[in-house]
Design a protein around this ligand. Structure first.
Ligand code: NAP
Length: 271
C-alpha cells in the first residue's frame, strides 16, 4: 500500500454500489478496504489498492476486528443496507429489528469505531448511502423508510458533532438503481405474499411496479463518481440526490404541501 494514498473503508461491497465504488476509487488514487460478509466474492477485483476484508456490520466484534486492521481511515462509506417489504400489521418482531440493525445500528457501529481514528487525524469524511425513501414514504416500505429517515437524522446531527474535529458527514440519497437490491437482497414478509392478505390489492398494484423500476433503474457507477466528488470537494453539500427517481421526487417533496405531494405519489403509483 502506498503511503500517500487516502484510505477508504466501504461497507457492503460484494455487489451493487459498494462494489462499483470500491473498484472506481481504487482506480482513482485511493486505497480501498472493501468490507463484506463474503469478502471472497471480491477476489476478481482485488488488488494492491482494493483489499477485501471480512465485515459484518451487525456484529460488534467483526466491526472492531476490521477497523483494528487499518492504521488510518480517511473516508468511511456506510453503504451496506437492504429493503424489507412488509406492512406494519404483518411485520414480525425479528424483521423489524433486523431492518434497523443493518440499516441504522450498523452505520452507528461503524461510526463509533472509525471516529476516534479520524479525530486523531483531525480530518475525515463519512458518507452515508441513504435513499430518496429517507425523505419520502411508500406503503409496504414503512420499516425501510423509517430506517433511512433515521439515517438522515444521523447525518444531520453528526455534522454538528464532528465539525469541530475537521470531520465532514454527507448523505447520498439514491433513487432506484439496478443492483442486487431487488434481485437478491430484498426481504419480503411472508404475510403479504398470501392471496387473502388484507393488503393484497396494494401489494399486487405496487410491488411489481417498484421491482421493475429498481431493476431498470440507474447505473451504480453514478454513485461511485458522486462519492469521488464528495471526497474531493471540501465544501461538498450535506446531501446529494442521485438517479432519476430521486431527482424527480425530492424537489417535488420540498415544493408541495404534504397532502399535494401524497396526491401526486398516489396518482403516479395508482395507489
Ligand atoms: N438499489 C436501489 O434502488 C437503492 C435505492 C436507494 C438506496 N439504496 C441503498 O444503497 C445501498 C447499497 O445498495 P445496492 O443498491 O448496492 O444493493 P445491493 O447490491 O443489494 O448491495 C447491498 C450490500 O449491502 C449488504 N447487505 C445486503 N443485505 C444485507 C443484510 N441483510 N445484512 C447485512 N448486509 C447486507 C451486502 O453486502 P455484503 O454481502 O458484501 O456484506 C450487499 O452487497 C443500500 O444501503 C441501499 O439501501 C439502494
Amino acid at each position: 500500500m502506498k503511503k500517500n494514498r487516502k484510505v477508504v473503508l466501504i461497507t457492503g461491497c460484494s455487489s451493487g454500489m459498494g462494489r462499483e465504488s470500491a473498484y472506481y476509487l481504487s482506480k482513482n488514487g485511493y486505497t480501498v478496504y472493501a468490507g463484506s460478509r463474503t469478502p471472497e466474492k471480491l477476489s476478481d477485483i482485488a488488488s494492491e489498492n482494493l483489499v477485501p476484508i471480512a465485515l459484518d456490520i451487525t456484529d460488534q466484534n467483526s466491526v472492531a476486528r476490521a477497523v483494528q486492521k487499518l492504521e488510518r481511515i480517511d473516508v468511511l462509506v456506510n453503504n451496506a443496507g437492504y429493503g424489507l417489504v412488509s406492512t406494519v400489521e404483518e411485520v414480525s418482531e425479528a424483521e423489524m429489528l433486523r431492518q434497523f440493525d443493518v440499516n441504522l445500528f450498523g452505520v452507528l457501529r461503524m461510526c463509533k469505531a472509525v471516529i476516534p481514528l479520524m479525530r486523531r487525524e483531525k480530518a475525515g469524511v463519512i458518507v452515508n448511502i441513504s435513499s430518496f425513501l429517507g425523505k419520502i414514504g411508500l406503503p409496504l416500505f414503512t420499516l425501510y423508510n423509517a430506517s433511512k429517515y433515521a439515517l438522515e437524522g444521523v447525518t444531520d446531527s453528526l455534522r454538528y458533532e464532528l465539525r469541530p474535529f475537521g470531520i465532514r458527514v454527507h448523505s447520498i440519497m439514491p433513487g432506484f438503481f439496478d443492483t442486487n437490491f431487488a434481485r437478491d437482497n430484498l426481504v419480503v414478509n411472508e404475510g403479504i405474499r398470501k392471496e387473502n392478505s388484507p393488503y393484497a390489492q396494494t401489494v399486487s398494484q405496487l410491488l411489481p411496479l417498484i421491482l421493475e423500476q429498481i431493476n431498470h433503474g440507474n447505473d451504480a457507477a453514478q454513485i461511485a463518481v458522486m462519492l469521488h466528488e464528495i471526497i474531493q470537494q471540501s465544501d461538498a453539500p450535506a446531501r446529494r440526490t442521485a438517479g432519476d427517481k430521486a431527482r424527480k421526487f425530492i424537489p417535488m417533496r420540498r415544493e408541495l404541501s404534504d397532502e399535494d405531494f401524497e396526491r401526486r405519489v398516489r396518482s403516479y403509483y395508482g395507489i
